[in-house]
Design a protein around this ligand. Sequence first.
Ligand code: COA
Ligand code: MG
Length: 228
Amino acid sequence: MLEVYAVKQEEIDDFRLKSLIPYLSEKRKDKISRFLRQEDIYHSIIGEILVRKLVCEKLDLKNNQIIFENNNYGKPFLKGYDNLYFNISHSRRWVVCAISEREVGVDIEEVKAIDLNIAKRFFSKKEYEELMTKNNQLSYFYNLWTLKESYIKAVGMGLSIPLNQFTIIDRDKNIFLEDQNRSGLYTFKKYKIDRDYKMASCVKGKLQEDELIISSVNEIINDFKEHI
Ligand code: COA
Ligand code: MG
């Protein structure tokens, strides 16, 4: 099972937001104290609160029983449980979290005008050639970008997997990975949640069932508070 939660930004009382900080990890508190932009603070707090709410619900834990660790490439995971994985992504208006019993990655990006020449560097030759055949190249660029990011985030190795050394072939219902010994071992999904954003997830193995859940920030905070 794969569940993907998407939380759209809305006006939220600053006091209510900041009152959540004591329930976060020390690492997160430290990070937040160094952020200058309100948006980064918001993303960081809501991202972790969303994960905490989900983990508490799925494992029937209290918030203070959760311990996060990071792998060598910075991917956060849950200490002490090898049957629940999650991954967060945020982009301006959205904070999203994928949760599954298998290794998972998720990525959301706002579609903004960019110089498509960067695809020459970040995409494989095959991907770049495919991009050049498309009518809406900007849309396809972000589509492939989020798919590629969801994959490196599922593996958990970040950019130490060179983006131009693997290929994702996107035939809509059928999305296929070509990457040495990992070819075909991951399942991809695309989500349409907002016309200005692209979003994709990637899980290890075959995907039996999946669900997209759109929630409000206040709902997430209220649910979280049941577990403190
Ligand atoms: N693997 C998986 N997830 C990771 C991770 C890793 N190695 N390191 C961090 N994360 C998680 C964290 O939870 C992080 O959120 P947090 O810091 O609030 O806890 C979250 O991923 C950030 O994801 P996202 O919002 O999608 O950020 P990003 O797209 O800027 O970065 C990275 C994702 C850090 C994993 C990395 O792949 C990166 O730097 N990507 C940008 C690369 C790029 O230029 N891509 C072009 C593609 S064509
Ligand atoms: Mg991203």
